[in-house]
Write a protein that binds this ligand. Sequence first.
Ligand code: FES
Length: 70
Amino acid sequence: ENSVSEVLHSNGVNDDLSCEQGLCGTCAVKVLECIPDHRDVYLNTTERASNATMLVCCSRSRTSTLVLDC
Ligand code: FES
């Protein structure tokens, strides 16, 4: 199992990472399609529940397809 940012990097997409621990919010991307598995501590409860944004340094996808606006 890989984090989203690992997958992006291995596919040549350079996302913007800073803390890589789910703390700073630098790596937030807009979620277009998927249910994120939020593993960060940055998003608040409302943001998590909306599934509109995810932090790709540490979070994963619960669904097999993940569509992001990077
Ligand atoms: Fe800091 Fe992802 S790089 S939250």
